[in-house]
Design a protein around this ligand. Structure first.
Ligand SMILES: Cc1cc2nc3c(=O)[nH]c(=O)nc-3n(C[C@H](O)[C@H](O)[C@H](O)COP(=O)(O)OP(=O)(O)OC[C@H]3O[C@@H](n4cnc5c(N)ncnc54)[C@H](O)[C@@H]3O)c2cc1C
Length: 409
C-alpha cells in the first residue's frame, strides 16, 4: 500500500507501532482532538493521552454557534459533559508553542511524546484597521455577539460566505438592520463558484438583509467601514467573516511541512515521523481527487479520527473521504458533497429560483460534487455516485424527475 505524497518529503515517515506504552499528545481541544481521544479508547488504546487545548472551555460544537445559539435556542454546545471517563489528561487554557524532536512545548511546560496529533483547527482572518471587529469562531464570540443582536442594531457582516450568510439569517430574524458586504460578485463564490453562489443572492433581500456585492473593505474604523472605493458604511457592530486560516503559525520554525495547513499523506502522517494532523488544520492528500485538500468541515473533524486512531496504534489505514458540508441559511438547508475544483461541467437539476434544486459538477463523465438545496435524497445519492466514481449520463442528471442513483451509465 502506498500513501499519498507529502510533496518534497523524501521517503515519507515510517513510524511503526509504539514500543511499550506510548505517550500520545494531542495539540488542540476541539472536535477533532476530542474525537481522536474517543477513537483511541474505542480501538482499545489504554496508554497515556494528553490534550493541550488553548481554550479554557471543554470541547464544544461550533456549527450550532451560528445557528441555534444565535437564534437563542441553546446557550451551550459542550460536546461531552464528562471528560473524565476518557481517562485522558485534558490541559485546557494551555497553548502549544513549539514542536521539537519528540517533545511538544507549551506556554506551561514540555510534553515528550511518542505520537503527536496536531488538531489546532483554524482561526478567523482579520481585516486591517483600528476599529473593533468581532468574529464568530468560539462559543464566547457567539455569546457576546448574541447580546448585541438587538432589534434595530446596525450590523455589518463582512463576507457572504457560509458563516456570513448564517449570521445574517440569525441577525435579521432578531430584528437587526443587517448589511452584508462582499468583495466577490456573488455570495459563496469562493466556496461553490460565482455561478452557483449567485443563486443565493435573492435570499438576502427576501430576508430584509442588504447585500452589497463587489465591495471590498479597505479598513475597519470605529463606527463603520471604509470601502475600497472610498465609501463609508456605518455600523454599530462589525463582524468579519472573510474566512479562516489553519492555526499553524506556532509550527513555522518546526521541521513539519506546512502547505496551507499541516501537509499530511493519505494516512494523516506529516513529514515528521510520529507526527500526525487532523481536522481544519490538516491538508491531506486525497487519492480520490488527486490533490491536497484541506476542509473546514465538521464531518471531517468527526470522522477522520476513526482512521487516525487506528494508524496511531500501528495500522495503515487510508483516509479517503468524499468531503461533506452543510449550511442552514435563510430557511434553507444547503448540503455540499465532493470537490468541484477538477470539474469541467456544471449541470442544474431543477429551477434555482425554486425552493428545491441541485447543482452537479462533472469531470468528464464522472460526478465529482453536488450542492443541494432542500434535496437531501439527491445529496445522499450523489454522494454514492461520487464514491463509486461511476460514469453518469449528463442528460439524465439534468432531469430532476430521474433519481440521481438512476443516472449511472
Ligand atoms: C460558527 C461556525 C459554524 C460552523 N458551521 C458548520 C456547518 O454548518 N457545517 C460544517 O460542516 N462545518 C461547520 N463549521 C466548521 C466546523 O465547526 C469545523 O470544521 C470544526 O470545528 C473543526 O474542528 P477542529 O477540531 O479541526 O478545529 P477547531 O474546532 O477549530 O478546534 C481546534 C482547537 O484547537 C485550539 N488551538 C488552536 N491553536 C492552539 C494551540 N497552539 N495550542 C493548543 N490549542 C490550540 C483552538 O482554540 C480550538 O479550540 C462551523 C464553524 C464555525 C466557527
Amino acid at each position: 500500500m502506498t500513501a499519498g505524497p507529502i510533496a518534497d518529503s523524501p521517503a515519507g515517515p515510517t513510524a511503526g507501532p509504539p514500543a511499550g506504552p506510548a505517550r500520545i499528545v494531542i495539540a488542540g481541544g476541539g472536535l477533532a482532538g476530542l474525537r481522536t481521544v474517543e477513537e483511541l479508547r474505542a480501538v482499545g488504546y489504554a496508554g497515556a493521552v494528553t490534550v493541550i487545548g488553548a481554550e479554557s472551555r471543554p470541547p464544544y460544537d461550533r456549527p450550532p454557534l451560528s445557528k441555534q445559539l444565535l437564534a437563542g435556542a441553546v446557550d451551550d454546545t459542550t460536546l461531552r459533559a464528562e471528560l473524565g471517563s476518557l481517562g485522558a489528561d485534558f490541559r485546557l487554557g494551555e497553548r502549544a508553542e513549539r514542536l521539537g524532536d519528540g517533545v511538544l512545548g507549551t506556554d506551561r511546560g514540555e510534553y515528550p511524546f511518542d505520537r503527536l496529533v496536531i488538531a489546532t483547527g483554524a482561526q478567523p482572518i482579520a481585516l486591517p484597521g483600528p476599529g473593533r471587529q468581532r468574529f464568530l469562531r468560539t462559543l464566547d464570540d457567539a455569546l457576546a455577539l448574541r447580546d448585541r443582536l438587538v432589534p434595530g442594531a446596525r450590523l455589518v457582516v463582512v463576507g457572504a460566505g457560509w458563516i456570513g450568510a448564517e449570521l445574517a439569517t440569525a441577525a435579521g430574524a432578531r430584528g437587526c438592520r443587517v448589511s452584508v458586504v462582499e468583495a466577490a460578485t456573488a455570495p459563496l463564490a469562493g466556496a461553490i463558484g460565482a455561478e452557483v453562489g449567485a443563486q443565493t443572492a435573492p435570499w438576502y433581500a427576501e430576508a430584509g438583509v442588504e447585500l452589497l456585492l463587489g465591495e471590498a473593505v479597505e479598513s475597519v474604523q470605529d463606527g463603520g467601514l471604509v470601502l475600497a472605493g472610498g465609501g463609508w458604511l456605518a455600523a454599530d457592530e462589525i463582524v468579519t467573516a472573510v474566512g479562516v486560516r489553519p492555526a499553524v503559525a506556532w509550527l513555522e520554525s518546526a521541521a513539519v511541512k506546512l502547505e496551507n495547513g499541516v501537509a499530511v499523506d493519505e494516512m494523516l502522517r506529516s513529514s515528521v515521523a510520529g507526527v500526525y494532523a487532523v481536522g481544519d488544520c490538516a491538508a491531506f492528500w486525497s487519492g480520490r481527487f488527486g490533490r491536497r485538500i484541506r476542509t473546514e468541515h465538521w464531518d471531517s473533524a468527526l470522522r477522520a479520527p476513526v482512521v487516525l486512531a487506528a494508524n496511531l496504534i500501528g495500522d495503515a489505514r487510508r483516509y479517503d473521504p468524499v468531503p461533506y458540508f452543510w449550511s442552514e441559511q435563510f430557511g434553507r438547508m444547503l448540503q455540499h458533497v465532493g470537490d468541484h475544483r477538477g470539474a469541467d461541467r456544471l449541470i442544474w437539476r431543477g429551477e434555482a429560483s425554486g425552493p428545491r434544486w441541485a447543482a452537479c459538477w462533472l469531470a468528464g463523465e464522472r460526478l465529482v460534487a453536488v450542492l443541494t438545496v432542500g434535496l437531501p435524497r439527491d445529496l445522499q445519492q450523489g454522494r454514492r455516485l461520487i464514491e463509486s466514481a461511476a460514469a453518469v449520463d449528463a442528460g439524465r442528471v439534468a432531469d430532476p424527475a430521474i433519481p440521481l442513483r438512476d443516472c449511472a451509465r
